[in-house]
Design a binder for this molecule. Sequence first.
Ligand code: AMP
Ligand code: MN
Ligand code: MN
Ligand code: MN
Length: 303
Amino acid sequence: MSDSATPDRADLHLHSTVSDGVLCPADLMAAVAAAGVAVCALTDHDSVAGLGEASIAARAHGLHLVPGIEVSVTHAGRTLHVVGLGIDAASPALTALLGRLDAAREERALAIAARLERHHLPGGDILAAIRGPPVLTRTHFARELVRRGLVADLGQAFKRWLGKGAPGYAPASWPSLGTVTDALRAASGVAVLAHPLRYTLSAGQRRELCRQFADAGGTATEVCVGGQNPAQREVATGLCLRAGLEGSVGSDCHDPALPWQRPGRLAKLPSAITPVWQRWPATAVDRAVSSTIRDAASLQCPT
Ligand code: AMP
Ligand code: MN
Ligand code: MN
Ligand code: MN
């Protein structure tokens, strides 16, 4: 196996300030490179807006960036996350999908604010305060609730207000699984079922979901994810193999300072599983280009 395909040097699930990560794309790429990762993907929620900045920074650090996204899906009444990898960010099919997602997010943000108001929290003020990033997520609501001292931490913000079943929860109508896998494939990408163990499902339902995902044109499922224990990895391995899918690895890092989601700190993909990143081998070009643009002013994060 080539150096570029060494599993513990891939991290194909990362968030920047374009969605709910804490580092801008350039700083995130610097952190990912410093962590020893060779192949990475920026996968912001429902947006490709960080990919330009990330690709310049990745080259400067000799890091191979796979263009990615994490798309929200509504399937059988629940939200799923599908990571798209190797996508053409300019694809008209993807652009149309992102328009739908943006409208769904705007509608849901207004509904969350209204629900918080109904429960005597300043939902309108909170929404006004968090506007700015290309993609407005519940994490932004959660951080603002913490900042205002209305809850102790992010976990409490979701448990008390924003999580499913909580008073500020507003369901979103994301696109269907088939719509999303079709759009990702039309954008020359592959679809990866994100963190398959994170959905509230029985073991049988989870196997069925992976089968449906494969039937819908999905290519891979995440097998090694941040903060996972060996038993969970074994379950994820079984799901992947049984569904005949390839495997991916991703920290789902939103904040590199948090130990359980540090970039690149992932178990090796079991050898029985085909790594999804084999189709994007890092090349010497990444390293050669890097030396020419290392000091480019464009690497500065926007203030
Ligand atoms: P959204 O896509 O706007 O519904 O936001 C989903 C994001 O919220 C996820 O990607 C996580 O980053 C974050 N999130 C969901 N549940 C929790 C939780 N219990 N604690 C912290 N963050 C969470
Ligand atoms: Mn997130
Ligand atoms: Mn996710
Ligand atoms: Mn994620």
